[in-house]
Design a protein around this ligand. Structure first.
Ligand code: NAD
Ligand code: WQD
Length: 340
């Protein structure tokens, strides 16, 4: 049996494909390369010694998707494919709803018609908005997300919940906190396409001299050092959680709807300044920065309660912030060599 991994050449998808191959799953990737590059496939093969099947097309093309299901005995899907830039989603709402929701619905149509279960969805801590209490557990009430991107994640969760209930299928909604880092081989990582929106890729490029200075968005938050706090989770740990979540779904042979929801984080909050300092210490480099006004739409603090994933998936993230940030620097060096 094979697992369909959509967006499998993207940042989190590529790390998950490596873990799936290492656990002897057959992997079929669909990725339209809208936010990834073909060399990632070659590098996945170098890391694992295995060759996943790869189809380069847009999941909105239903007829091509049907052919993939005809050609392979698909037994489950991990659906990473989505557009993910929060700011861009505000400017291009229709495109974001179209890409993130039509892709999802097209896969679910195939699942429905062919009687396939086992669907894992990349959700996000953004569905909680600014939660009233820390840490955030899975029962924390969801708030209307500020961004169109966040709304596509909340809608995706609702669509999948209805799908599972109506057709008695098994779904897992994985709410990632802030993924960071790269593979220890430094052959796959987060591709810096354009100016990074996220903190760690921006820190990486500033340390490398690609950007002059990091702008820290606000030091007047009600936190210990005044900068905002997030839960930064190492991407390889996050990838392993997908394998654990998939195993759990596949081991469940009951014919009833299953809707698993898991927060995937470390359980520990770190401030922006702490991340900058940890990067400098881990890699013995300087990260010049300036303090700026707050970024619109940003929350003050978010970190996860990860007890549920520990108990039900026997999974936890044990990579420290500094260890994760070392892999970021190795990845930057790899990218630099590649481009010279
Ligand atoms: P990414 O952009 O690196 O990966 C997404 C991949 O999907 C890309 O390779 C892109 O080319 C592909 N893709 C997009 N639309 C497609 C389409 N219509 N058809 C085929 N391929 C398509 O993003 P990522 O950081 O790896 O995120 C993966 C998932 O996790 C996304 O759903 C994202 O919303 C979610 N997520 C990411 C974060 C984060 O901070 N990175 C946090 C929470 C949730
Ligand atoms: C982290 C902290 C910034 C850049 C976003 C999405 C969310 C989820 C994760 C997908 C914040 C500060 C950042 C910079 C800075 N993604 N920062 N200077 O905002 O927690 O969440 O990614 O689901 O939906 O909104 O992550 O990495 O952008 O920011 O000071 O140049 O770093 O203000 O406090 P965020 P981030």
């Amino acid at each position: 049996m094979a697992i369909l991994v959509t967006g499998g050449l993207g940042y989190i998808g590529s790390h998950t494909v490596v873990e799936l191959l290492n656990n002897n799953y057959e992997v079929v990737i669909v990725d339209d390369l809208s936010n990834s590059e073909k060399f990632i496939l070659k590098n996945i093969e170098e890391i694992t010694g295995k060759k996943p099947v790869f189809y380069p097309f847009d999941l909105k093309r239903k007829e091509l998707l049907a052919q993939v299901f005809d050609a392979h005995p698909i037994d489950g899907c991990i659906n990473f494919a989505a557009s993910k830039a929060v700011g861009e989603s505000q400017l291009k709402p229709v495109d974001y709803y179209e890409n993130n929701l039509f892709s999802l619905i097209n896969i679910l149509q195939e699942f429905k018609q062919r009687g396939i279960s086992n669907f894992i969805f990349s959700s996000s801590c953004t569905v909680y908005g600014q939660a009233d209490q820390m840490p955030i557990d899975e029962n924390t009430p969801l708030k209307m997300p500020e961004s169109v991107y966040g709304k596509t994640k909340q809608m995706g969760e609702e669509i999948l919940t209805d799908f599972a209930k109506a057709y008695h299928r098994k779904v897992s909604l994985l709410r990632y906190f802030n993924p960071i880092g790269a593979h220890p081989s430094a052959k796959i990582g987060e591709l810096p396409i354009g100016i990074p929106n996220n903190l760690v890729p921006y820190v990486m490029q500033t340390a490398a001299g690609v950007r002059e200075k990091l702008s820290i968005w606000g030091d007047d938050y009600p936190t210990e050092d005044g900068t905002a706090v997030r839960d930064y989770i190492y991407v390889v740990d996050l990838a392993k959680a997908h394998v654990a979540a998939l195993k759990k779904l596949m081991e469940d042979e009951s014919n009833v709807a299953t809707i698993d929801i898991f927060n995937l984080g470390t359980g520990k909050g770190s401030s922006v300044l702490e991340v900058v300092k940890a990067f400098e210490t881990a890699n013995d480099v300087k990260v010049p920065y300036q303090i700026c006004d707050r970024r619109e739409g940003d929350i003050t603090i978010a970190f996860a309660n990860v007890d549920k994933a520990k108990e039900e998936l026997q999974w936890k993230s044990d990579t420290s912030l500094e260890e994760a940030l070392k892999t970021v620097w190795e990845w930057q060096k790899y990218l630099k060599n590649r481009n010279t």
